[in-house]
Design a protein around this ligand. Structure first.
Ligand SMILES: [Zn+2]
Length: 280
């Protein structure tokens, strides 16, 4: 299998979920072995952030990267789309810090990548292969990420919220799952009871019912009359997040990932640990 990049460029405009600031974003073809690289065009041509786990700078409700003081926020949905749709090399040009949230899912990215088309490059695709069983656990939250060798990427994920509306849900990804229709459309979600606290911490300034599902536990409903696309849409969104976070391995991962109550923090800490232990 050869590496791939975009056949043509495409652009988006929107707002950042947490910053609330407007942003323009372009996805541009890139040469062999370039990887996924962000450019903060508002800070100059050299303001680059390579999408690798060593550059993770924040994991509070999104995954933020920083390299040489240059920051990029909420990269995970876009990264998942690149990795799952076979984009190895791409330059992401932004004119602000945060990737646009759009509708809170990765569907607009998946549609745009399909419309752009992909081209095969000269170099062979390389992988991060899981070599042995390894576990990463957070005893406080009870969350865990376990990896095992496998010839393809398989993710088996479980969420378990103290909520009758969501509760325990599972979602799976493997080569038979069509990312564009089964995972990409699943939207960001939060609980209504968290909204005031998140705003207090300066988060979700751009959040609205247009870009997030808001779950009201007390009334047992999705706010704004929204209905989930799948019974387990929240678990599928967490799967999207994990696929985006694991894209920070720098190369596609080959292995089985079993995740229990995952989040950006444990996803990226586990990935970092596995890479440094040469598990993958
Ligand atoms: Zn997300």
């Amino acid at each position: 299998m050869k590496q791939q990049t975009l056949k043509s460029s495409c652009s988006f405009s929107g707002i950042g979920l947490h910053s609330g600031k407007p942003v323009e974003m372009q996805l541009l073809p890139a040469p062999d072995d370039y990887g996924i690289v962000f450019q903060r065009a508002d800070l100059g041509d050299e303001a680059l952030v390579h999408a690798v786990v060593d550059h993770v700078a924040s994991t509070r409700r999104s995954t933020g990267l920083a390299e040489n003081g240059i920051r990029v926020r909420t990269a995970e949905h876009l990264l998942a789309a690149f990795r799952c749709l076979g984009v190895d090399n791409v330059l992401v040009r932004l004119n602000a810090e945060e990737v646009p949230i759009l509708d809170g899912s990765a569907l607009p990215y998946a549609n745009a990548l399909r419309a752009c088309g992909l081209i095969e490059q000269q170099a062979d695709r390389r992988y991060r292969v899981v070599r042995r069983h390894a576990e990463y656990r957070d005893s406080r939250s009870g969350s865990s990420i376990i990896v095992d060798p496998c010839r393809e990427l398989i993710v088996d994920l479980t969420i378990d919220f103290k909520s009758e509306l969501v509760g325990k849900q599972q979602a799976c990804y493997d080569s038979t799952v069509d990312f564009a229709t089964q995972i990409a459309p699943c939207r960001t979600f939060c609980f209504y009871r968290e909204v005031a606290m998140l705003r207090l911490f300066g988060l979700i300034k751009g959040g609205s019912l247009d870009n997030a599902l808001v779950l009201n536990d007390r009334k047992q409903c999705y706010m704004g009359g929204k209905t989930p696309l799948f019974d387990n849409e929240p678990a599928r969104h967490k799967l999207l997040d994990l696929l985006g976070d694991f894209a920070l391995a720098g190369l596609p991962v080959q292995g089985r990932i079993t995740a229990y109550k995952p989040g950006h923090k444990i996803n990226t800490l586990a990935l970092k640990q596995f890479l440094s232990d040469e598990v993958l």
